[in-house]
Design a protein around this ligand. Structure first.
Ligand SMILES: Cc1ncc(C[n+]2csc(CCOP(=O)(O)OP(=O)(O)O)c2C)c(N)n1
Ligand SMILES: [Mg+2]
Length: 596
């Protein structure tokens, strides 16, 4: 059989762009492409997911954990629609992901045909940088080249739509050398982007003038660990981390204050409250109430994307550049701060915080304090571990309780904060790094939403991974806990059981049923042992931990308003009132005791 459009599409992705695998799900809108996989000898590899949204999450995880573009594939109509949430996750976290989707035959388009959806319009927002439908075989080469290059250059989502009849037509790999044709080539070289000297000088002046410098680093600093540390040392600064930047600097450094925000730490809060200068690097952390008040601090921001500067705090100097290169260029211009009093006070706060974290994790709960799960994991994290977290209370404990070390990676759905990314991210991580341990931290709600189904993907593909350590921990609190607490603390509403309560499912048994390992943990003294067993198991393992929904994932400080809302929830008959009060006091009281 001579080469088809679909063969050419896969060959272009694989040979010209180096795409190793595509996450997808079949349907008649992409039959031609699926058939081409059958002929391509796994170049690229087709990875079958349970749901197209998961394919998009996995492609996003691939991008997050490799820096390469991730690729996902779905059929026309319903398959394409299923992709959307995962694609938005990638777009909002600035990840390069290319979606290839099928469409009904060209002859039927516009005929209200079955599964005919206006896909160009559907994807026009999520893939607004580039969404194109092919109508001619000769377009495929440049549509692939442009979708890949624009995704990488703009760090965003792009989309190529291919009608199913076109997929089976003979390929046109070289368009005629004639008016009206396009002759593209593959490849994208990331440029070195550094601000010019006068801009660096102005930034250095602001930073040198400050005596209490706070740094806030995000996902854009993940490759700039050394540079962040060197600049923080020169400035005597403390370093807070936005959630996506958790792995940017290790938590064992004494001046790293940890996460910031609703799921942040007290030292990060204090750092921002008391600083006189703010240096923000590669972050678009959204919550302004956790940043200094306007006018309190002079600001410098570094970001690779000119659209992302000056939107969270009115900065005095905005530097557009790569974070590592820009910090390195800045370093010789910085005066080493002689007075280290600020740094020392921050370090005291950090040490105190870690003691408090330990203390909180060991407070009794009914039956298991969720913090204990993270605390015990943190002590046992294997070198090179890759952590993924779902949205929900797992994200709070991941942010606060896990001490990430050098050489590890971690991510979650940061900006979209969608539920359901934890397990598919772990699968994407495992395919990208099959020789590294991967740990997914997931709520029972997210597990029921899609994690349980996606365990099947793990069971299906696990033989391919030389390192079998893939652990999914389920916080079985029988509650959509994060939202329950938001309702209590933000709007003062009592827990509404019909929307919040979840059935107790036997997650570990389910895992065993499909050939994975399963461990059910019902008592606090079993938690450490469960981690030891799961991390030494000969197969991917699910740990089902029965945790207490009344341990509050509260922000590092409670505002008067939150306290008032909280009281209102209790007064309006929250079903957990009695236990909430005792747990809240247990968790928060030590913070206010003398000597803290
Ligand atoms: C797709 C989606 N739906 C709803 C939400 C709102 N939401 C955020 S966290 C959460 C609760 C998550 O529950 P669970 O997975 O059980 O974790 P828990 O907080 O109980 O640990 C909900 C409903 C969301 N972020 N994403
Ligand atoms: Mg839950």
């Amino acid at each position: 059989m001579s080469e088809t459009v679909a063969d050419h599409l896969l060959d272009r992705l694989s040979s010209a762009w180096g795409v190793k695998r595509i996450y997808g799900y079949p349907g008649d809108g992409i039959n031609g492409i699926i058939a081409a996989f059958g002929r391509s000898e796994d170049r690229p590899d087709f990875i079958q997911v349970r749901h197209e949204e998961m394919a998009a999450f996995m492609a996003c995880a691939h991008a997050k954990f490799t820096g390469e573009a991730g690729v996902c594939l779905a059929t026309s109509g319903p398959g394409a629609i299923h992709l959307l949430n995962g694609l938005y996750d990638a777009k909002l976290d600035h990840q390069p992901v290319v979606a290839i989707v099928g469409q009904q035959a060209r002859l039927g388009l516009g005929g209200n045909y079955q599964q005919e959806v206006d896909l160009t319009t559907l994807f026009k927002d999520v893939a607004h940088e580039y969404v194109q439908m092919a109508t001619e075989a000769g377009q495929i080469r440049h549509l692939v080249d442009r979708a890949m290059r624009i995704a990488l250059a703009e760090r965003t989502v792009t989309c190529v739509i291919v009608p199913n009849d076109l997929q089976m037509e003979p390929a046109v790999t070289t368009p005629p050398h004639a008016h009206g044709t396009v002759h593209s080539g593959p490849g994208y070289e990331r440029p070195r982007i550094v601000p010019d000297d006068s801009q660096l000088q102005r930034a250095a002046e602001v930073l040198n003038a400050g005596s209490k410098v706070a740094m806030l680093v995000g996902a854009g600093s993940l490759h700039a660990t050394r540079e962040v540390i060197d600049v923080a040392d020169a400035l005597g600064a403390g370093v807070a981390k936005a959630l996506l930047g958790k792995a940017a600097v290790p938590d064992d450094l004494p001046f790293v204050t940890g996460s910031i925000g609703l799921l942040g730490t007290k030292p990060s809060w204090d750092l921002m409250q008391d600083c006189d200068t703010l240096l923000m690097v590669g972050s678009s952390f959204p919550y302004s109430e956790f940043l200094p008040e306007e006018g309190q601090a002079r600001g410098v921001q570094i970001d690779i994307d000119g659209r992302m500067v000056g939107i969270r705090y009115p900065m005095e100097v905005n530097l557009i550049g790569d974070s590592a290169l820009t910090l390195r260029a800045l370093l010789p211009l910085l005066e080493h701060k002689q007075d280290r009093a600020w740094r020392e006070s921050l370090e005291k706060g950090v040490a105190e915080w870690w003691r408090l974290v330990d203390e909180r994790a060991n407070k009794p709960a009914d039956p298991i304090n969720p913090q204990l799960v993270f605390h015990e994991l943190s002590k046992r994290l294997p070198d090179g571990a890759i952590l993924t977290s779902d949205s929900g209370s797992a994200a709070d404990w991941y942010a606060r309780d896990i001490r990430i070390r050098a050489g590890m990676m971690g991510s979650l759905s940061g900006t979209l904060a969608t539920m359901g990314a934890g397990v598919p991210y772990a699968i994407g991580a495992k395919f990208a790094h099959p020789d590294r341990p991967v740990i997914a931290l997931v709520g029972d709600g997210a597990m029921q939403m899609n994690g349980l189904a996606e365990l099947i993907t793990i069971a299906k593909y696990r033989d391919r991974w030389p390192d079998q350590r893939l652990v999914v921990v389920v916080l079985n609190n029988r509650d959509l806990n994060q939202v329950t607490w938001e309702q209590r603390a933000m709007s003062g509403d009592p827990k509404f059981e019909p929307s919040q309560d979840l059935p107790d499912i036997a997650y570990a048994s389910w895992a065993e049923l499909i050939g994975l390992g399963g461990i059910r943990v019902e008592r606090p003294e079993e938690v450490g042992d469960a981690w030891d067993r799961a991390l030494a198991a000969d197969r991917p393992t699910v740990i089902d931990v029965v945790t207490d929904p009344e341990v509050p994932p509260l922000p590092p400080h409670i505002t008067i308003e939150q306290a008032r809302s909280f009281a209102s929830a209790i007064l309006h008959g929250d079903p957990g009132s009695r236990r909430i009060i005792s747990q809240s006091l247990r968790q928060k009281l030590p913070e206010f005791l003398p000597g803290r």
